[in-house]
Design a protein around this ligand. Sequence first.
Ligand code: PEP
Ligand code: MN
Length: 337
Amino acid sequence: MIVVMKKNASTQEIEHMVERVEQLGLKAHVLYGVERTVVAAIGAEHDGLKESLEAGPGVAQVLPILAPYKIASREVKNETTIVRAGSFEVGGSRVGVIAGPCSVESEAQIVSSARIVKAAGATALRGGAYKPRTSPYSFQGLKEEGLKLLAVARAETGLAIVTEVLATEDVPVVARYADVLQIGARNMQNYRLLEAVGELKLPVLLKRGPSATMEELLLAAEYILDAGNPNVILCERGIRTFETHTRFTLPLASVVYLHAKTHLPVVVDPSHGTGHTYLVPQMAAASVAAGADGLILEVHPDPENALSDGYQTLNPEQFATTMELCRKVAVALGRTM
Ligand code: PEP
Ligand code: MN
């Protein structure tokens, strides 16, 4: 159920409603909107619940939430949620850009990547320290040493750090360094990991599993929200299809679909979504045209010698021209970048 509070409802009335929902054996989540505040009452519903919530002071109306995901649904909040992490913001009028190498390789590599992407207008630095690799023989990341190098790059440039947490037991160490925790595509349905990052307040970038439906993605986000972390960013990064000309198939209709169904901001990853450098600039621009709140792009000072994903990575010049192209699209749509 959603308890929609009156426009002028007081803090005491909202707090009272939270207590009332909890007394009735449900979990209360308060969502503060510009227009209205709602208290989402999540749990098993029983006869007379709607009527007893309606009787509360400051209540405008009580409505059922029809979607299977509740707190993530646009039914509970009409405007897009803005998620902030230092220099990085998504969900507002500015398109946020997370850019950097697939993996952190050395101090020189990550610091120069940070300087390059910042100069071209990126608002956050990406770089994997814990890498989910298809082969156990491929480079697995520098682990905590990589996190320390990301912190050096942040100190040098002021860019917020987006980095992947691969396992539940690594959440404390990654959270000590990261500004945004990335949940990789392969972990989208690792429910213990989703609950663990849900216990923090650090923003989470949740990547779509390569074979996950939109509903599965939104229910995965719901795990994080239900555990108490409201700062969830969704990421379309391409899905598995019969097609082989690209590494994955990048379905941009999902941006529009997600905006219709959820208030959570949506970021697109055209690097993994296409798997080929030459396809990235236009697909990044197309993502902005589809209304993406942000982009995540792989950029390396020397892609040819990258330790992972070099074939889909932009070099500094390519990144700069991609930013210019995307900025034109953003401005045409009344946004900034
Ligand atoms: C990555 O961002 O480098 C990555 C491994 O992404 P995904 O989880 O989408 O494959
Ligand atoms: Mn990668």
